[in-house]
Design a protein around this ligand. Structure first.
Ligand SMILES: Nc1ncnc2c1ncn2[C@@H]1O[C@H](COP(=O)(O)OP(=O)(O)OP(=O)(O)O)[C@@H](O)[C@H]1O
Ligand SMILES: [Mg+2]
Length: 472
């Protein structure tokens, strides 16, 4: 077990240092240094714990984080970026999606079920890489067998393995030289368009005994999925069916099939379970929306119930899934919410206590807006440049224009509702509406967006509060 999680840690989970993590996050998120630092430390601590020897390791629990900050300042964005670089099984869920057990809706245990599902796919992909070469070689032989059925004793082995072929002694020399010629042509892609008849096995990678697992699964969704798998395997029967496909597609299908055959699903599941237990991260978004205690209107009944259901999972419990029992003790939880109306203290005390690290995200300044417009790798201005580029229009924003857009977005936030950086989207969309519409008709050209242009397009809307309330 220990060895295994070590191995996984090295293969899938990238051991980034906190500084490296922050640097990666910096590429997409402006400011919010405190929040970045906290998540970076939490992530690194997973790796550190893995290096600790002996029973102490089991004692080291993750320090869950609660991110608090106004809307549109980058909370979800941090989580999203973290997911990409962590390499850990990572899932982002909205607390509002869940209902108390017994009500219609998703129960919180489904978080863990989704997480393990994800991890299984991650590990499977990793294992596939290891067997891909072999699977390709096998597919080549299989296609050659179809194109050029061996003329020797009818061997009722539709797809002999690589070794079988090369060791075949009774093959005539002319046959094998033809086969080699075909192989050559196949590799050069000359046979790509040929149609071959292929036997397609019904899902080779299916869990060994879906029947039994239906009853092991607890979640309604799990059961549904299992039944679906069962039905599909039943209706197709154990027999494979024939399909006519092009050689290129045949190879693709065969490679997939071979890869599934070559990997050991039990091992994959075992690794995935360990990966989730040791490195899983759950991002609980909109947690403030389930805050609010005690009496009051009806939705609260369920809200508090959701919090109560969350308690054991965050604290550490065992959830039964179709891949077996998963312990949640070492899963890291990062919760986030605007806490506009509710306060963190409105959460159940038990739940508050389970998020010992609090980070506040700052409201964004006008200066931040300017940076957000140009600095992130996916910055809005870059996105619009790419979009317009497809119409042959080279659009550029000069510095004055950027300042002006930032200022206007900031002002509208002040005057109406503060929706953070999302305001930039509405402002810029409005700004470029005309260009966007005309683009295909005005032909290739350069368009330079200046401060003057920005004012011209937006001044009326900005100064008229009633108007900006509706439009921006
Ligand atoms: N600090 C930032 N740097 C770069 N982009 C940002 C930043 N803050 C927000 N954005 C952009 O604004 C949009 C909304 O941000 P995000 O989804 O992170 O908001 P949030 O903090 O989760 O708000 P909410 O509480 O409403 O969920 C995203 O498209 C994101 O790219
Ligand atoms: Mg959010």
């Amino acid at each position: 077990m220990i060895e295994q999680s070590k191995e996984i840690a090295e293969k899938i989970v990238k051991p980034l240092t906190p500084r490296e993590i922050v640097r990666e996050l910096d590429k997409y998120i402006v400011g919010q240094a405190k929040a970045k630092k906290s998540v970076a430390i939490a992530l690194r601590n997973r790796w550190r714990r893995q290096q600790v020897q002996g029973p102490l390791r089991e004692e080291i629990a993750p320090k869950n984080i609660l991110m608090i900050g106004p809307t549109g300042v980058g909370k979800t964005e941090i989580a999203r970026r973290l997911a990409r670089l962590a390499g850990s099984p990572f899932i982002k869920v909205e607390a509002t999606k869940f209902t108390e057990v017994g009500y219609v809706g998703r129960d919180v245990e489904s978080i863990v079920r989704d997480l393990i599902h994800l991890a299984v796919n991650m590990v499977k992909e990793e294992e596939h890489k290891n067997v891909e070469e072999k699977a390709k070689e096998m597919a080549e032989e299989q296609v050659l067998d179809i194109l050029l059925p061996p003329r020797v004793e009818p061997k009722y082995e539709p797809r002999p393995d690589l070794q079988d072929i090369s060791n075949e002694t009774s093959v005539s020399p002319s046959y094998s030289s033809t086969r080699e010629k075909f192989r050559e042509m196949l590799r050069q892609g000359k046979l790509n368009e040929r149609i071959v008849e292929l036997e397609v096995n019904p899902k080779a990678s299916m869990p060994s005994s879906p029947m039994v697992e239906v009853f092991a699964a607890t979640g309604l969704e799990d059961i549904q999925q299992n039944i679906q798998e069962m039905i599909s395997s039943l209706s197709m029967g154990a027999k494979s069916k024939k399909r006519k496909v092009k050689v290129t597609d045949a190879i693709k299908i065969l490679v997939q099939e071979n890869m599934s055959k070559l990997i050991d699903m039990d091992k994959v599941v075992e690794k995935a379970v360990s990966l989730v237990e040791q490195f899983g991260i759950v991002f609980l978004d909109e947690i403030d929306k389930v805050a609010g205690r005690g009496g009051g209107s009806s939705p609260d009944v369920s809200r508090e119930g959701v919090q109560r259901d969350l308690l054991p999972i965050v604290e550490g419990t065992t959830v039964s899934t179709k891949y077996g029992m998963i312990k949640t003790d070492h899963i890291l939880f990062i919760a986030s919410g605007a806490f506009h109306i509710a306060k963190p203290s409105d959460l159940l005390p038990e739940l508050q206590g389970r998020f010992p690290i609090r980070v506040e995200l700052d409201g964004l300044t006008q200066e931040d807006f300017k940076r957000i417009l140009v600095e992130p790798e996916n910055a809005l201005t870059i996105q619009y440049q790419a979009l317009m580029g497809t119409e042959g229009i080279n659009i550029t924003f000069d510095e004055g224009a950027i300042s002006e857009i930032a200022k206007m977005a900031f002002d509208v936030n002040e005057q109406t509702e503060n929706i953070g950086a999302r305001r930039l989207h509405t402002v810029i969309e409005r700004l470029l509406e005309e260009v966007s519409f005309e683009a295909p008709d005005i032909g290739p050209q350069e368009i330079k967006i200046t401060a003057e242009y920005v004012r011209q397009r937006l001044q009326d809307v900005i100064t008229n509060q009633d108007l900006s309330r509706f439009i921006l």
